[in-house]
Design a protein. Structure first.
Ligand code: ADE
Length: 242
């Protein structure tokens, strides 16, 4: 999967890209993640990327020009063709035709969940737009964006952390990214249930033991215990999932 991230703060992604499972997935060429600095595409002298909202009101709105140009660059690098030579309407049409999903991270979007992560993990490429200030000009959304996604009912300072959440949850579902595929099958949300409790050594720690059934070696009973625990935890914490 190839991921292009349009952002004003590419450095926010350095931690994510250089640690742990995502770092290994990049090294193993399972995923390629490229940050595109929106400001580099601003055509005005001062590289300004925001302006006052028409109609008044608080805050600033990200202007369309740098976003359209940065998106065009992302598309042409994904299509690996000389799209610079074509006119802009062709490129927008091509985006829709090729159905390269362009995701705008916004608290107004559809709330992200495991099903959506699974759906996105099947795409060969994704483009993310990270907004700041009071958001982006609506014409960007109307023309370029295929999906508006929120990571929850709260407001963050920008779309970078939400994009990282979506990319992380999606990337780990790409075959081969998480080495033990079993851990994806059993985990929370994989079948609309929260995961059962896990224990490891030592068998006794500060006076606390481990449920005897897990030490019994009786696989069928262990499976049943885990299923019951999953159901119990889900009913208690997330009755909406049951
Ligand atoms: N940008 C700001 N808050 C957000 C949220 N909750 N989800 C996605 N993008 C956001």
């Amino acid at each position: 999967m190839v991921v292009k991230i349009l952002t004003l703060f590419p450095q926010m992604f350095t931690g994510m890209l250089n640690e742990s499972i995502i770092k290994r997935a990049i090294e193993d060429k399972k995923i390629d993640i490229d940050c595109i600095q929106i400001r580099d595409y601003a055509s005005n002298k001062h590289k300004k990327v925001d302006d006052y909202p028409y109609g008044g009101g608080a805050g600033m709105v990200m202007t369309p020009q740098p976003l359209f140009d940065a998106h065009e660059h992302a598309l042409s690098s994904l299509n690996n063709t000389k799209t610079e030579d074509k006119n802009k309407n062709d490129q927008i049409g091509e985006c829709k035709k090729n159905s390269i999903r362009t995701i705008y991270m916004t608290p107004k979007g559809k709330v992200f969940n495991q099903d959506l992560a699974t759906e996105l993990s099947k795409e060969s490429s994704l483009i993310f737009i990270c907004g700041h200030y009071e958001g982006v000009d609506q014409r960007v959304i109307d023309t370029l964006v295929t999906d508006e996604i929120s990571i929850g009912d709260y407001v963050l300072t920008g779309g970078e952390i939400p994009a990282m959440v979506v990319i992380d949850a999606t990337a780990r579902l790409i075959p081969g990214v998480v080495s033990n595929e079993e851990s994806i099958v059993d985990e929370s949300h994989s079948n609309n249930l929260l995961e059962y409790p896990q224990y490891t050594r030592p068998q006794e720690f500060r006076g606390m033991g481990v449920p005897g059934i897990l030490l019994s070696g009786h696989h069928k009973n262990i499976e049943e215990w885990r299923k019951n625990k999953s159901l119990e935890i889900t009913k208690n914490r997330r009755p909406d999932l049951v």
